[in-house]
Design a binder for this molecule. Structure first.
Ligand SMILES: [Zn+2]
Length: 204
């Protein structure tokens, strides 16, 4: 499944906890255009279309997808998903090319990977400010102050805005179970239909 369906993150901005003022919410999806195990009966593009149609049906406002170039490189269906995402007015941000974990990577390698991702993103974003939204993979900002400082100062120098996360459902954890149950259900339905058809067709 596309990890699009996997990591939904909401960013909240509450103006006053005591009042019922309108609440500003940004819905973001990580690891676009697709990640995780593939459903044997549903294509990645079908998953993307379904997600987009649900978001539109419920008139969800500002939506961002954080993209990894390595998940799309040389894969036409996945590049089409990115185009589809943009065609529906959703935004795209940088999530590094290879989804690197900064605790296991040097700052220079990490920075190089951010820049490598820009070369894919540039073909899809509407403008440079859109290109300059960034989310750390695994939400890891580095295990030492030195490393954190090196990457943060690079991002600031390049006018990147870091998208923090307020709520993370870790829904990617459900991918394998969802695929397993969904396939099982389809097979069960088919067998029941087949049995019914055979019974109906058999001479009385
Ligand atoms: Zn991610």
């Amino acid at each position: 499944m596309m990890k699009l369906a996997v990591c939904i993150v909401f960013l909240f901005s509450l103006s006053d906890h005591g009042n019922c003022d309108p609440m500003s919410v940004a819905v973001t999806f990580d690891d676009l255009p697709a990640a995780g195990s593939e459903h044997p009966l549903i294509t990645r593009k079908e998953v993307a279309k379904e997600i987009i149609s649900v978001l539109e049906k419920h008139k969800v406002g500002k939506i961002f997808g954080f993209m990894n170039g390595s998940l799309a490189h040389g894969m036409s269906e996945r590049l089409e998903i990115l185009s589809l995402w943009k065609k529906h007015g959703f935004s795209l941000g940088n999530h590094t090319y290879s989804h690197l974990d900064l605790t296991k990577t040097s700052p220079s390698e990490f920075i190089q990977d951010i820049e490598r991702n820009e070369s894919t993103l540039i073909d899809f974003v509407a403008d440079i400010p859109e290109l300059k939204w960034f989310r750390y993979p695994f939400l890891q900002e580095g295990e030492s102050n030195l490393k954190r400082y090196a990457v943060r100062s690079y991002l600031a120098k390049r006018n990147y805005k870091v998208a923090p996360v307020s709520i993370d459902f870790e829904d990617w954890n459900w991918n394998e179970s969802y695929i397993r149950c969904s396939v099982k259900k389809t097979v069960k339905r088919f067998l029941s239909w087949k049995t019914h058809t055979l019974n109906t067709e058999s001479p009385g």
